[in-house]
Design a protein around this ligand. Structure first.
Ligand code: NAD
Ligand code: UDP
Length: 323
């Protein structure tokens, strides 16, 4: 689909998993895309196929430092999303969430750009309300190992709403639930990529705890469609809006599904449950349905099959390079 009015759009974290898919979709709509990334978890290779596109530009930059560019819209995605990566340098995680948000909001204020924040279901912490509606204020441990991310993202939401009230910025806040798909990093550490890579290598699938904790998994294409629709809503719509797939599975069910779809004989092994790991998570997407006319279309089995094909090809390529 092409847009009648092309815009200059900044995607921070554009070389990451979600960011690279978003850049692709924006270019396909006829926009100019400035992809900004410091390559902490992102890869140049994720956007290598876009480098020759006349409307695409890649800039290495850390958004905890100010950025001076001229843009019409900003998708602020820069931040490691996997618990393994965001806990690797927790101070930097809070910095990118908070300082990064201040810098991008400052940029939006100067350019009068509309700005969307990639927030997260983690703002609900280990939720006592199930499924989670946007009106739920959450149950977050402010001093635990996940706090750098959870509280960083909560503070970013606060900043977005304060800039909206104080400076009349046009803001959109998306609360993204677990999303998976091609271009997740094989060493990302999140559960879908871990299980698929383990199954394809014939290694044991590592279930943390007893595997009874639940998550709701959204395929990347569905999620990107939700982000694009949210950005295009009238100015009065700020969110927060939950974006995710309401089909809920236990982690053990996911492990069994991955084993079945890969045809793997890997055993399932149990490992200690990380501290503050949420017991259950499922989005109430009533608001997204009403405001965006959006709901996920790709069922888990189909999304997993596509993701398995991606990792299969990736691992085969790596082996070929290694031999
Ligand atoms: P990702 O780790 O693949 O992408 C994050 C990108 O941000 C990477 O390219 C990384 O290099 C870049 N980055 C990190 N710090 C930066 C900095 N200081 N300056 C510039 N770039 C920086 O993760 P993802 O899954 O694509 O997540 C993208 C966004 O969506 C994140 O903000 C994340 O919190 C949010 N989100 C994702 C999910 C999910 O399930 N994928 C769920 C909830 C929220
Ligand atoms: N998990 C697991 N094995 C793994 C990786 C993760 O059992 O190899 C569990 C993890 O403890 C959590 C769920 O899978 O309960 C989702 O973890 P992920 O890191 O993907 O994202 P989270 O939703 O916790 O941010």
């Amino acid at each position: 689909m092409t847009n009648l009015v092309a815009q200059r759009i900044l995607v921070t974290g554009g070389a990451g998993f979600l960011g690279s898919h978003l850049c692709e979709r924006l270019l396909a709509r006829g926009h100019e895309v400035l992809c900004v990334d410091n390559f902490f978890t992102g890869r140049r290779g994720h956007v290598a196929h876009l480098m020759d596109h006349p409307d695409f530009e890649l800039m290495r930059h850390d958004i905890t430092f100010p950025l001076y560019v001229e843009v019409d819209r900003i998708f602020n995605l820069a931040c490691p999303a996997s618990p393994v990566h965001y806990q690797f340098d927790p101070v930097q995680t809070t910095k990118v969430s908070v300082h990064g948000a201040i810098n991008m909001l400052g940029l939006a204020k100067r350019t009068r750009a509309r700005i969307l924040q990639a927030s997260t279901s983690e703002v609900y912490g280990d939720p006592s309300l199930h499924p989670q509606p946007e009106s739920y204020w959450g149950n977050v441990n402010p001093i635990g190992p996940r706090a750098c991310y959870d509280e960083g993202k909560r503070c970013a939401e606060t900043l977005f709403f304060d800039y909206h009230r104080q400076h009349r910025l046009e803001i959109k806040v998306a609360r993204i639930f677990n999303t998976y798909g091609p271009r997740m990093h094989p060493d990302d550490g999140r559960v879908v990529s871990n299980f698929i890579v383990q199954a394809l290598k014939g290694a044991p699938l590592t279930v943390y705890g007893d595997g009874s904790q639940s998550r709701s998994f959204c395929y990347v294409d569905d999620l990107i469609e939700g982000l694009l629709r949210l950005m295009d809503t009238p100015a009065a719509v700020t969110g927060p809006v939950n974006l995710g797939n309401p089909s809920e599975f236990t982690i053990l069910e996911l492990a069994e599904k991955v084993r079945e779809l890969t045809g793997s004989r890997s055993e399932i092994v149990f490992r200690p449950l990380p501290q503050d790991d949420p017991l259950q998570r499922r989005p109430d997407i009533g608001r997204a349905r009403e405001l965006l006319g959006w709901e996920p279309k790709v069922p888990l089995e189909e999304g997993l099959t596509r993701t398995i094909a991606y990792f299969d090809a990736l691992l085969a390529g790596r082996e070929a390079l290694a031999s």
